[in-house]
Design a protein around this ligand. Structure first.
Ligand code: YNC
Ligand code: MG
Length: 413
């Protein structure tokens, strides 16, 4: 088993478990140099060739979108498939510092058809007390007709080579499947916004003894948000949000280390560049009477198509909880210390309740969140329920102590 992964610089199963003594953290394969990296991509099977997909060209971006639309991640029962929009792909793959060479495609030589893809973006990753210059690998996809031919390892090796050429030796990636070896594992949680539709597409079951109208009532949301001073985030809020988020994330063990440019891209800019297309990200701040930003919350839009839909719905519009932060969760003088758990819990519930109201206003069908950050403090109260899906977090060429992901275990509160 794991014929490919057993050859890669990743920890063996059992090396970094939560219950063991802490291990020393650092690269698995150290002291690599760019001059030793191959200048040639690994060979591909006859009939196929490598390409760099130029996402700035609308027609090439569209090719990636179409490959993913037909062949990307599905749930276990093959009822739904992620349906990434053009706008979200631009947002996800072209953040500050993005590199064209890290958008790797495989084409059929004769037809020129794009049949495989993998991407990486640069990021500064903090794991415990160390910051590493890393990449985040995503959108690995192979056309359904080319599955199980060991093409995935070749794509992974090629994106590795292209990262190495830029002096990047570590990566983070996530997946629904178990590989050696997760650094953390989270569960997906879902909160119905339009229960009736979720039931009609087969996403939400009708619990025994309930009736549709009871479920609709259970998930009903108010028309208006409740927090005083809540408003859309604007460019003028970037410094304040950057400071608040940086301080808030200090308590966590594995986080992206964002610059102000990153904040602009991930929370505001995406909206601006794509105002002609669809909006990707929704970000809100709370401004108090002294004009201070005390809280913020954000979510992004990622549709799923309903596979083989004989139903009237072709698409499920899902909001995914993104970054948030609140002064209520901070102890600035001693960032490592416990915070006021009850105050934090109360505030996060208020923020999430308003995010749900906004998601309904913007016509989302469901709100998704993972069992990470402080989400355990509000998921149940906001009527999120656990889904079937798990999300495993992996580090490439880095040995680290496992991080408890579950909402029940992880909080150091
Ligand atoms: C996967 N998701 O285990 P072994 S997530 C990593 N991530 O190798 P074949 C995967 N490895 O077990 P197929 C993987 N899925 O023998 C499979 N593998 O060691 C491994 N699905 O290859 C698998 N997208 O080509 C096995 O399999 C080997 O034809 C088998 O292709 C797989 O983006 C796939 O779920 C996933 O399109 C491409 O099934 C295909 O089945 C597909 O025979 C639907 O491959 C879409 C889908 C995956 C979404 C994602 C993150 C990818 C991370 C890749 C690892 C990056 C490492 C870091 C590199 C940079 C380093 C630096 C610096
Ligand atoms: Mg294959």
């Amino acid at each position: 088993a794991y014929k490919f992964w057993s050859t890669q610089p990743v920890p063996k199963f059992g090396e970094n478990t939560l219950d063991k003594e802490r291990i020393e953290e650092g690269p698995i394969k150290a002291d690599q140099t760019v001059d030793k990296v191959s200048r040639e991509p690994p060979p591909l099977v006859a009939g196929f060739e490598w390409c760099t997909v130029e996402l700035e060209k609308p027609e090439e971006l569209k090719e990636v979108q179409e490959l993913l639309y037909g062949h990307y991640v599905e749930d276990d029962e093959a009822m739904f498939r992620f349906n990434y929009s053009i706008s979200i792909l631009k947002w996800a793959m072209m953040p500050p510092g993005w590199k064209k060479d890290w958008h790797v495609g495989v084409r059929a030589t004769q037809s020129r058809k794009l049949v495989g893809f993998i991407s990486a973006i640069p990021l500064q990753l903090r794991i415990h007390d160390k910051v590493i210059n890393a990449s985040e690998v995503n959108f690995l996809c192979i056309h359904k007709k080319l599955r199980s031919k060991r093409l995935a390892p070749v794509l992974i090796k090629e994106v590795t080579r292209r990262c190495n050429l830029e002096g990047v030796w570590q990566a983070i990636y996530t997946g629904g499947i178990v590989l050696p070896t997760p650094v953390s594992t989270c569960r997906y949680y879902h909160r119905a916004v339009d229960w009736q539709k979720l039931w009609e597409v087969g996403f939400s079951p009708l619990p025994a003894g309930s009736k549709p109208q009871y479920q609709v009532r259970k998930y009903a949301l108010p028309d208006k948000t409740a927090i005083k001073g809540l408003r859309e985030m604007q460019e003028k809020d970037i410094d304040a949000v950057h400071s608040l988020l940086t301080r808030y994330l200090k308590r966590y063990e594995l986080v992206a280390d964002f610059t102000k440019e990153d904040i602009t891209h991930w929370l505001v800019h995406a909206k601006k560049v794509d105002q002609l297309d669809e909006q990707v990200v929704w970000s809100y701040v709370v401004e108090d009477e002294h004009k201070n930003i005390t809280d913020f919350i954000s979510f992004y839009c990622l549709d799923s198509s309903v596979i083989g839909s004989e139903t009237k719905h072709k698409n499920v519009r899902a909001a995914y909880l993104f970054y948030y932060a609140t002064e209520a969760g901070l102890n600035d003088t001693k960032p490592e210390e416990k915070v006021d758990r009850d105050g934090l819990k109360k505030r996060l519930n208020e923020l999430m309740a308003d995010a749900l109201v906004l998601s309904r206003k913007y016509k989302f069908d469901v709100f998704n969140a993972l069992s990470l950050m402080d989400n355990g403090l509000f998921l149940e109260e906001q009527k999120f329920g656990p889904g079937d899906g798990q999300l495993h977090y992996y580090l490439f060429n880095y040995r680290a102590n496992a991080i408890a992901g579950g909402v029940d275990k992880r909080n150091r509160l």
